[in-house]
Design a protein around this ligand. Sequence first.
Ligand code: F3S
Length: 416
Amino acid sequence: MELTREEKRILDGEEGEPKRVSMRILTRLGEVNGADRMIPIASAHLVACSYQIAGEAGIEIYARLVQQGAKVCVPTTLDPGSIDFKRWKEFKTPEDYADRQIVIAELLERMGVIPTWSCTPYYLLNVPRFGQDLAWSESSAVAFVNSVIGARTNRMSAYVDLCAAILGLVPRFGLHIPENRGGEVLFELEPELSDAFSDLHFPVLGYLVGQITEDKIPVITGLPGATFDQLKAFSAPAASTGAVALFHIVGITPEARTLDEAFLGRKPAKRVGVGLREIRKAMENMGVYDGGRVDVVGLGCPHASIDQMRRYAELIGGRKVHEGVELWVCTNEIVEAMARKMGYSDAIERAGGRIMTGTCLNDCPLSSWNFQYLVTDSGKFAYYSPTTVGTECYFTTTQSCIEAAVRGRIVEERRK
Ligand code: F3S
């Protein structure tokens, strides 16, 4: 890699230890991946901010960096932590565990990060623009900002994202290079699916596309339209069942105004037809029990938007969550504050639901709840919860999730 004189000075330690170590790590990363040089970034988003991911080793690294005077030099936001900072006691988080998460928060804040504690930073406080280079972790957010906004980031990893935030640089390789952003696998929705496409189908299609594409770049044709929230619901499972960091939806995402543009004029390496049969089959993999008992209903993965908060409140419609069932809505503090002003948070809580901010079902310790049966509308929760939370999972529509919370059992036949 060719470094500028300034970058060489940093590598020689002339700007202090945190920058020297960061430059050493990013240079190595660049060399391994064939980067030619460093490029400036507009923002960073860090993932090793939860105690679940960082652990004691993370605390040690952050404490050393703070002691050496490390500071981020671009707007840098944080993924969910492992506690709801306001209500960790209500969520039965052990006190010593919460204390360690608070230590991480204090250390990161001393480095100048913005404490968003959210996997949807692109809704607020860290909103990238088309063509900007970034250093983001959090797979669902990476897929979203690359694909829906047209910003450019590789899937960064824990601590490497912080190195980039400290330097304001990343090595130029992978998705930072426009020629590498062309589609590879073509998914063609059959007309019967296009005509019937609904909210439910976005996470299912994401789940299926991730499984088939793995780390390639998928291109989807035949989608009649998509809202911001629906694209978010697609991004998260696509980046979980596979390593999708960028997708194109022809006529919807900005680098895919035409099929030809999505593939950069090249031919797809593979073509996959998707109809209602494939969608039904994918849904069968998204839940292993056939309904009945419900312990917890988990909504807001990725973190809920204000419009989703409104929808939950409306679907509850003044009813009560069934005895013995928990309804948890995950979001960030800013959306929650707005939802409270607008009466949605109170409506959810009056019903007996809980709003969880700054963390999510997958990121916090839940063993004392003894949950066995989770119902969710999230493709990502459906994929991870059996291992992270240890629950069996039932994936369904948002409306059916709320019905399950209120009635205490699953009442729909989702696979029709
Ligand atoms: Fe966000 Fe947690 Fe889902 S980090 S994407 S709410 S698993």
